[in-house]
Write a protein that binds this ligand. Structure first.
Ligand code: ADP
Length: 398
């Protein structure tokens, strides 16, 4: 068997993993992907090949995967059973690179210490990302590990895009607009260069519409603005997060409702967005198939905000040549794509119904002034590529 690279993505109660085989000229091909979910509660291991064949599906005793470290030990045992040789490197999705990291980095103690200082910037994700790095450093001290950041792709923004109208000391402390989903945008920008090199050099908006939703303005394939800001709460409404919100609402929750910061945080991350607005579900498929007027309103609101944010990003770009849909909703829902395009018809956006139903990649008509694509994203492949590239460069530490 060829050598492999492991990609890891830790959440509060799950570890997602994907294994890539290194082919000739270092081309990477996915062998299988899996996850342990329900860590500490009712852990389950599931692994499938990209074609969907099940490699493992088992419920684990709770004490076996009580925390990230235990769960990682389960993943390692599964890899030992499945592979002839262990992976030669591991790439981690790490949500926050702070103001420091504008590119993936090989992990050592110094890097880890710096990444720990960004925990307050992403308290719901960063601790789990770093716990997994530490667990793997303990079990495989010699394994080459790389951190790839959701923020890095946006680090080239002009200061105008990154700052709030707040006193300077908050900027110095790192209170800035970072933007997220950068690994997804990096993949889409590279794929667009293959699909439509001429368009990729122009002004393009990418809409990453999944459980989390954001949009990114690209000029010549580089991010110049993002709808997500200081945290992954800002911008578009999402499955369970509200998106753009007057900070006065947060003050109201604290002062009039007596909610403490932890309760407000939980509320904003888990009870708002499509779920809160509809009162039905955070899952777009459920809302699309519901006859409840509240589901229809939540969908209309979602589409309205995507269209509004398009205007906002087009103003940053001073024009618009292309629009790309990606992630769970963007890749799979012709209904949402058509509704968004209909609201943006004033921009000269027009979809071809057949191409849209077939998921493109090109879904706009020849007459459409804005060229519209559907590009399935692949954040794990981006991480695997960066990890291997850093390994080949001799493991530069920075
Ligand atoms: P994650 O951020 O968890 O990776 P995904 O990118 O998988 O999320 O997106 C999840 C969202 O995609 C959910 O709202 C889900 O309803 C939606 N989705 C997935 N498949 C479809 C589909 N066929 N039609 C409409 N929405 C879909």
């Amino acid at each position: 068997m060829a050598e492999t690279v492991l990609v890891l993505n830790a959440g509060s109660s799950s570890i997602k993993f994907e294994l890539f085989e290194i082919g000739p000229q270092d081309r990477l091909a996915s062998l299988f992907a899996g996850q342990i979910e329900g860590i500490g509660v009712r852990p389950r291991l599931l692994a499938r090949t990209r074609a969907g064949a099940v490699l493992a599906e088992r419920t684990l005793p709770r004490e076996e995967a009580n925390d990230v470290e235990g769960a990682m030990a389960v993943v390692e045992r599964f890899l030992d059973e499945t592979l002839d040789a262990p992976p030669i490197a591991a790439g981690h999705r790490v949500v926050h690179g702070g103001p420091v990291f504008s590119a993936p980095v090989a992990i050592d103690e110094e890097v880890l210490a710096t990444l720990e200082t960004f925990v307050p910037l992403a308290p719901l994700h960063q601790p789990y990302n770093l716990a997994l790095v530490r667990a793997l450093r303990r079990s495989r001290p010699d394994l080459f590990q790389v951190a790839c950041f959701d923020t890095a792709f946006h680090r080239g923004h002009p200061a105008l895009a990154d700052c709030f109208a707040l006193p300077d000391w908050l900027w110095e402390e790192g209170v800035r607009r970072y933007g997220f989903h950068g690994l997804s945008y990096e993949y889409v920008a590279a794929r667009l260069r293959e699909l439509d090199p001429e368009l990729a050099e122009k002004k393009v908006i990418v809409a990453h519409l999944g459980s989390g939703c954001s949009m990114c303005a690209l000029r010549g394939g580089k991010s110049v603005e993002s709808t997500m800001g200081f945290t992954a709460l800002d911008g578009l409404p999402m499955g369970t997060r509200p998106g753009q919100l007057d900070p006065g609402v947060v003050l109201y929750l604290a002062a009039a409702k007596g909610m403490d910061p932890e309760a407000i945080q939980h509320f904003l991350y888990h009870d708002c967005g499509l779920k809160g607005l509809s009162g039905i579900s955070n899952d777009l498929r459920v809302l699309l198939s519901s006859a409840d007027p509240k589901a229809a309103f939540a969908l209309e609101f979602f589409v309205y905000k995507i269209a509004q944010m398009t205007g906002w990003l087009a103003a940053a770009l001073e024009g618009l040549d292309g629009f790309v849909f990606t992630a769970g909703i963007g890749e799979n829902s012709p209904t949402i794509r058509e509704a968004v395009a209909h609201r943006l018809r004033w921009l000269g956006m027009e979809l071809d119904p057949h191409a849209n139903a077939a998921h493109g990649p090109l879904v706009s008509t020849p007459a459409s002034r804005v060229r519209v694509y559907v590009v399935p994203t692949d954040e794990e492949l981006v991480i695997a590529r960066h990890t291997l590239a850093l390994l080949r460069r001799g493991g530069d530490r920075r």
